[in-house]
Ligand binder design. Structure first.
Ligand code: FES
Length: 153
Protein backbone atom coordinates (compact mmCIF):
# COMPACT_ATOMS: atom_id res chain seq x y z
CA UNK A 1 0.00 0.00 0.00
CA UNK A 2 1.48 3.33 -1.02
CA UNK A 3 1.78 6.10 1.59
CA UNK A 4 -0.95 8.01 -0.24
CA UNK A 5 -3.30 4.99 -0.24
CA UNK A 6 -2.50 4.42 3.42
CA UNK A 7 -3.51 7.98 4.20
CA UNK A 8 -6.79 7.50 2.35
CA UNK A 9 -7.36 4.15 4.09
CA UNK A 10 -6.80 5.65 7.53
CA UNK A 11 -9.21 8.46 6.66
CA UNK A 12 -11.87 5.88 5.70
CA UNK A 13 -11.38 4.02 8.97
CA UNK A 14 -11.50 7.20 11.03
CA UNK A 15 -14.59 8.43 9.20
CA UNK A 16 -16.29 5.58 11.06
CA UNK A 17 -14.59 6.64 14.31
CA UNK A 18 -12.49 3.42 14.12
CA UNK A 19 -15.38 1.59 15.78
CA UNK A 20 -15.26 -2.22 15.43
CA UNK A 21 -19.06 -2.36 15.08
CA UNK A 22 -18.68 -0.30 11.87
CA UNK A 23 -16.39 -2.90 10.27
CA UNK A 24 -18.79 -3.85 7.47
CA UNK A 25 -19.49 -0.24 6.56
CA UNK A 26 -15.83 0.67 6.46
CA UNK A 27 -15.01 -2.41 4.39
CA UNK A 28 -17.59 -1.17 1.89
CA UNK A 29 -15.70 2.13 1.96
CA UNK A 30 -12.49 0.30 1.05
CA UNK A 31 -14.16 -1.55 -1.83
CA UNK A 32 -15.72 1.69 -3.10
CA UNK A 33 -12.36 3.46 -3.02
CA UNK A 34 -9.86 0.74 -3.93
CA UNK A 35 -12.01 -1.95 -5.55
CA UNK A 36 -10.84 -4.62 -3.11
CA UNK A 37 -9.56 -5.25 0.42
CA UNK A 38 -5.87 -6.11 0.31
CA UNK A 39 -3.88 -7.95 2.98
CA UNK A 40 -2.28 -4.61 3.88
CA UNK A 41 -5.76 -3.18 4.34
CA UNK A 42 -6.77 -6.06 6.62
CA UNK A 43 -3.66 -5.45 8.73
CA UNK A 44 -4.28 -1.70 8.91
CA UNK A 45 -7.97 -2.08 9.76
CA UNK A 46 -7.19 -4.59 12.50
CA UNK A 47 -4.57 -2.26 14.00
CA UNK A 48 -6.80 0.81 13.82
CA UNK A 49 -9.86 -0.98 15.27
CA UNK A 50 -7.75 -2.81 17.83
CA UNK A 51 -9.13 -6.20 16.79
CA UNK A 52 -7.33 -9.27 15.46
CA UNK A 53 -6.52 -9.73 11.78
CA UNK A 54 -8.49 -12.98 11.96
CA UNK A 55 -11.58 -10.98 12.99
CA UNK A 56 -11.26 -8.71 9.95
CA UNK A 57 -10.32 -11.53 7.62
CA UNK A 58 -13.31 -13.57 8.81
CA UNK A 59 -15.72 -10.81 7.79
CA UNK A 60 -13.93 -10.15 4.48
CA UNK A 61 -14.03 -13.81 3.51
CA UNK A 62 -17.66 -14.30 4.60
CA UNK A 63 -19.18 -11.64 2.34
CA UNK A 64 -18.92 -11.94 -1.45
CA UNK A 65 -18.84 -8.15 -1.81
CA UNK A 66 -15.45 -7.88 -0.16
CA UNK A 67 -13.06 -9.05 -2.83
CA UNK A 68 -9.41 -9.52 -1.91
CA UNK A 69 -7.91 -9.27 -5.40
CA UNK A 70 -7.69 -6.36 -7.81
CA UNK A 71 -10.84 -6.51 -9.95
CA UNK A 72 -10.87 -6.52 -13.75
CA UNK A 73 -11.54 -3.23 -15.53
CA UNK A 74 -15.19 -4.30 -15.85
CA UNK A 75 -17.20 -6.10 -13.20
CA UNK A 76 -20.03 -8.35 -14.38
CA UNK A 77 -22.35 -9.77 -11.73
CA UNK A 78 -24.98 -12.40 -12.48
CA UNK A 79 -27.73 -13.01 -9.97
CA UNK A 80 -27.74 -16.55 -8.61
CA UNK A 81 -30.67 -16.16 -6.22
CA UNK A 82 -33.89 -18.13 -6.45
CA UNK A 83 -36.02 -16.04 -8.82
CA UNK A 84 -33.17 -15.62 -11.27
CA UNK A 85 -32.23 -19.29 -11.06
CA UNK A 86 -35.84 -20.20 -11.89
CA UNK A 87 -35.52 -18.02 -14.99
CA UNK A 88 -32.27 -19.49 -16.23
CA UNK A 89 -29.42 -17.66 -14.52
CA UNK A 90 -27.34 -20.86 -14.31
CA UNK A 91 -27.48 -21.31 -18.07
CA UNK A 92 -26.81 -17.61 -18.55
CA UNK A 93 -23.79 -17.90 -16.25
CA UNK A 94 -22.37 -20.76 -18.33
CA UNK A 95 -22.87 -18.65 -21.44
CA UNK A 96 -21.18 -15.66 -19.77
CA UNK A 97 -18.20 -17.78 -18.71
CA UNK A 98 -17.70 -18.88 -22.30
CA UNK A 99 -18.30 -15.45 -23.79
CA UNK A 100 -16.01 -13.64 -21.34
CA UNK A 101 -13.36 -16.33 -20.98
CA UNK A 102 -13.46 -16.27 -17.17
CA UNK A 103 -15.27 -18.49 -14.73
CA UNK A 104 -17.57 -17.29 -12.00
CA UNK A 105 -15.49 -15.91 -9.07
CA UNK A 106 -12.55 -15.29 -11.40
CA UNK A 107 -10.85 -12.18 -12.68
CA UNK A 108 -8.96 -11.41 -15.81
CA UNK A 109 -7.28 -8.08 -16.36
CA UNK A 110 -10.35 -6.98 -18.31
CA UNK A 111 -13.22 -8.71 -16.49
CA UNK A 112 -14.33 -9.91 -13.09
CA UNK A 113 -17.28 -12.31 -13.20
CA UNK A 114 -19.07 -12.49 -9.88
CA UNK A 115 -22.18 -14.07 -8.42
CA UNK A 116 -24.63 -11.83 -6.63
CA UNK A 117 -27.58 -12.90 -4.53
CA UNK A 118 -30.49 -10.69 -5.57
CA UNK A 119 -30.19 -7.36 -7.31
CA UNK A 120 -33.71 -6.34 -6.30
CA UNK A 121 -34.81 -6.95 -9.86
CA UNK A 122 -36.54 -10.31 -9.35
CA UNK A 123 -39.59 -9.38 -11.44
CA UNK A 124 -37.26 -9.04 -14.42
CA UNK A 125 -35.20 -12.17 -13.86
CA UNK A 126 -32.62 -13.18 -14.78
CA UNK A 127 -30.79 -10.05 -13.71
CA UNK A 128 -27.26 -8.93 -14.44
CA UNK A 129 -25.18 -5.98 -13.28
CA UNK A 130 -22.46 -4.59 -15.51
CA UNK A 131 -20.21 -1.95 -13.96
CA UNK A 132 -22.90 -0.99 -11.47
CA UNK A 133 -25.81 -0.84 -13.95
CA UNK A 134 -28.58 -3.42 -13.54
CA UNK A 135 -30.29 -5.14 -16.46
CA UNK A 136 -33.27 -7.50 -16.46
CA UNK A 137 -34.65 -10.32 -18.61
CA UNK A 138 -31.17 -11.02 -19.88
CA UNK A 139 -31.02 -13.79 -22.48
CA UNK A 140 -27.72 -15.06 -23.89
CA UNK A 141 -28.15 -12.87 -26.97
CA UNK A 142 -29.01 -9.84 -24.87
CA UNK A 143 -26.03 -10.53 -22.65
CA UNK A 144 -23.71 -10.47 -25.65
CA UNK A 145 -25.28 -7.23 -26.87
CA UNK A 146 -24.95 -5.64 -23.43
CA UNK A 147 -21.34 -6.70 -23.10
CA UNK A 148 -20.56 -5.22 -26.51
CA UNK A 149 -22.31 -1.93 -25.77
CA UNK A 150 -21.43 -1.47 -22.09
CA UNK A 151 -17.78 -2.46 -22.35
CA UNK A 152 -17.24 -0.03 -25.19
CA UNK A 153 -19.14 2.75 -23.46
S1 FES B 1 -33.42 -13.05 -7.38
FE1 FES B 1 -32.26 -12.16 -8.95
S2 FES B 1 -32.74 -10.07 -8.79
FE2 FES B 1 -33.77 -10.95 -7.13
Amino acid sequence: MSPQDREIAVAIIRSFDARPEMLIQLLHGFVDKFGFVSNDAVRLIADELNVSRADVHGVVSYYHDFRTEIPGRHVVKICQAEACQAMGSRKLTEHAEQRLGVELHQDSEAISLEPVYCLGNCACAPAVMIDGKTWGRVTSDRFDALIASEMDA
